[in-house]
Design a protein around this ligand. Structure first.
Ligand code: ZN
Length: 194
């Protein structure tokens, strides 16, 4: 081996090492936090959640119309019409896929009666008994759930970990037929990206 070959072998070895390392890092990589728009909404009270055991998927479900909403709009509505501390959901996903922060991530939400102490509420804007979730909303809810499953060490395929609102409160039809039937797709994405 002359000097040039020696250098080449060294460079290739180094490159191989780098690639190997990159692969290793990739294998161990956490699923990254998706872009979440923080709105710094003001709440009248704040209670820390003791545990996070499951994710509850909702739709806004305005009667008779499949429309977009903002976290700020729901916040105002939940305070004024419901008399709550503020928006009940932890995350709102708009029709264009934008993820907005609602209630603080560690706070007890107000989205699933009797289950708020141990769950996170994720709401997609729309009425999915009338319309269908947009492709951007589906991408965002998958990314958000995958990240939350890692953050809270949840097993997405386990029964009761990623649920529709109606699974825990039987008197509602939330998150609407067209979103409810796609929950398996969300669970599978989370499983594939653990
Ligand atoms: Zn709901």
């Amino acid at each position: 081996m002359d000097r040039r070959e020696f250098l080449k072998a060294g460079a290739l070895g180094f490159l191989g090492l780098m690639l190997g390392e990159a692969k290793m890092i990739h294998a161990e990589a956490a699923y990254y936090e998706p872009m979440i728009y923080k709105r710094f909404l003001q709440f009248t009270e704040y209670e820390e959640r003791k545990a996070t055991e499951f994710l509850v998927i909702h739709h806004t479900g305005y009667p008779g119309i499949d429309k977009d909403s903002t976290a700020a709009g729901i916040h105002k509505y939940h305070q004024e019409a419901n008399g709550w501390a503020g928006i009940g959901y932890h995350y709102l996903i708009r029709k264009d896929g934008m993820i907005e922060q609602g209630r603080r991530p560690n706070a007890v939400g107000a989205h699933a009666f009797n289950h708020n102490q141990t769950s996170i509420g994720i709401c997609l804007a729309g009425n999915f008994n009338i319309g269908t979730p947009t492709a951007a909303q589906m991408d965002s809810v998958k990314e958000l759930c995958a990240w939350l499953c890692q953050k809270y060490e949840l097993k997405p395929m386990q029964k009761g970990v990623i649920v529709g609102h109606k699974d825990v409160n039987h008197d509602v039809d939330c998150p609407g037929r067209q979103l409810y039937k796609r929950l398996p797709e969300i669970r599978q994405f989370c499983e594939d990206n653990r």
